[in-house]
Design a protein around this ligand. Structure first.
Ligand SMILES: *Cc1c(COP(=O)(O)O)cnc(C)c1O
Length: 389
């Protein structure tokens, strides 16, 4: 039964939407009928595909991106008394995992243009207790890997790349994940490649991969026909075969997804340019069509020029049938982090971005005309709510 569709209004445009094709749905049904639905052959096949994609490096799949970073920290032996440097403008998982292993996150403010951790400020934050850096490729725009790994090598620090958003991005033509130290990806429903929930960790060698397997499932090591031992405290982080089958359908299309996202991002720049958005104070992202997978298209609203707040703009856009998101509020201002000693004013660039950043719709099945509609609606709101000089 199908209801007649409305002709009066355009359908609601979400800020993102997964692309799951019929081949994948059929494949998932086959897994469900196969008799083996949790971790098994599909997870193995996904790990093999990912490893090939990342140039042969060892890869293990998990049920979230968050746990892959926690596990990387544990494999690196990071815990009580250690410091880990990261950005305050990221999903809170990035620093929560540092707290989870008993270490201390150390925030370094962002570069206001790239919105990524400011590498010019990073070295000043290194102390004798610093053990690792977690760079975050916000929106899929990669942190400068040459400078990052040079700094890490010089100070003998581990790097756990939070590449949750940068699957398919590259640095100097090399795919993110195909080089470096630990590289963590998320397959959350909103990410460029999804397993509904899930993630993977790229590791350096088989010893680390074996440890990752132990941390993934209760520390269990199996041997022979009936042998089993437990050497460390592991969690319950294994991916299911149902989820892995979705991931296999996604990886087959990742290049196509990235290309379409880049096209749409380009269109946003064209539209905002045509409409004079920069002259109205709207801060656009870096116009990168080489490295970024365009996981998101984010603008920063000019709060000093507007009579309304971001929430009002979001509400007005929702009323116009346009979904938006906030990625992300600055982490150090959350209650938990304030309780641990952080306060407003410490990272002014991240705080400004956290208050004013806005994620606009961008996903592979979006139409070109959607971009024009979003840009037009936002620019008209900026004009309506502009402070009088
Ligand atoms: C999505 C995301 C994560 C966490 O991934 P989950 O799969 O949701 O656990 C971590 N960091 C960043 C930057 C993310 O975008």
């Amino acid at each position: 039964m199908s209801a007649p569709s409305s002709t009066s209004a355009l359908p609601f445009l979400p800020f993102t939407r997964p692309t799951i094709d019929e081949e994948t749905i059929t494949g998932v049904c086959e897994v469900l009928r196969s008799g083996w639905i949790t971790s098994g052959p599909q997870v193995k096949a996904l790990e093999a595909k990912l490893s090939a994609y990342f140039g042969g490096r060892p890869v293990r799949a998990f049920n979230s991106g968050t746990c892959t970073m926690e596990i990387a920290l544990r494999i690196a032996g990071i815990g009580e008394g250690d410091e880990v440097i990261t950005t305050p403008l990221t999903w809170v998982a990035t620093s929560n995992v540092v707290l989870e292993v008993g270490a201390k996150p150390v925030f370094v403010d962002i570069d206001p243009v790239t919105r990524l951790i400011d590498l010019d400020k990073l070295e000043a934050a290194i102390t004798p207790r610093t053990k690792a850096i977690i760079p975050v490729d916000l929106t899929g725009l990669p942190v400068d890997r040459d400078r990052l790994h040079e700094i890490a090598a010089r100070h003998k620090l581990r790097v756990i790349e939070d590449a949750a958003q940068s699957f398919g991005s590259n640095w100097g033509g090399r795919l993110i994940g195909s080089f470096g130290d630990f590289v963590s990806f998320s397959f959350h429903a909103n990410k460029n490649v999804t397993t509904v929930e899930g993630g993977c960790l790229v590791l350096n060698d088989e010893r680390e991969a074996r440890l990752a397997e132990q941390y993934r499932l209760q520390g269990v090591v199996r041997s022979g026909v009936d042998g089993m031992d437990v050497e460390l405290v592991g969690g319950k982080y294994n991916l299911t075969d149902v989820a892995a089958r979705i991931g296999l359908g996604q990886i087959a299309r990742v290049d196509e997804f990235t290309q379409r996202r880049r096209e749409l991002a380009r269109l946003y720049f064209t539209e905002f340019g045509r409409l004079g958005a920069a002259e109205l104070g709207l801060r656009l992202p870096v116009a990168d069509f080489v490295h970024s997978n365009w996981h998101m298209y984010q603008v920063i609203l000019p709060e000093e020029l507007l009579t309304v707040k971001r929430a009002d703009i979001m509400t007005a856009l929702t009323a116009a049938g346009i979904g938006t998101g906030v990625h992300y509020p600055a982490i150090h201002l959350f209650s938990l982090y304030r309780r641990l000693g952080w306060q407003a004013g410490q990272f002014p660039e991240a705080e400004y971005a956290g208050r004013n950043i806005l994620t606009l719709p961008l996903f592979p099945t979006m139409a070109d005309s959607d971009v024009a509609r979003v840009a037009g609606a936002l620019v008209s709101l900026l004009k309506t709510h502009r402070k009088q000089a």
